[in-house]
Write a protein of this length. Sequence first.
Lengths: 115, 111
Amino acid sequence: ETGVTQSPTHLIKTRGQQVTLRCSSQSGHNTVSWYQQALGQGPQFIFQYYREEENGRGNFPPRFSGLQFPNYSSELNVNALELDDSALYLCASSTGVGGSPGELFFGEGSRLTVL
Amino acid sequence: GEDVEQSLFLSVREGDSSVINCTYTDSSSTYLYWYKQEPGAGLQLLTYIFSNMDMKQDQRLTVLLNKKDKHLSLRIADTQTGDSAIYFCAETAGRDDKIIFGKGTRLHILP
């Protein structure tokens, strides 16, 4: 067990709706990264937060947004949901940005289905 | 660009060695990783190698890095049924050191 918890574990939304996914980092970790894993694919980097600031973003549109809180927990928000947003959303925490082995501790993910 | 390629499937008999291969594109990658994902679970870091190393061994796992060819491999000795999973190769990339994953190799263990 990694100490990273995500909620909810499963949810179903319809096209056009908005969703908020939550993540609690492992104790002592100040960096959180979000990944989207479509069925049969590897995780795709969405963005990373370090000490409450966005610190890098993948090739995702602005309707994907995030927050990191002072306790280093995090949210991923997706607006105007599309069918292709159906995926497993993984949160990963780590101890810092750059210069380290960058070991990511993953949660078990939130599985989003968009109908 | 940033891209990590790996074969999608590998079948190995129990007790044999498994070798999973990967190629990557970012020559500035500082670290390369192997992650394991079991069904219904998140990803677990198996091992990583720093880019100035050629080889790293950790119990049944051996990682080989050919930086000239941008080729990484993971060898699992004495493969067991518990090794059945999807194995992801990954590299650090870009100024923000984001980690880029391949599509994963599904390792199937034959009895």
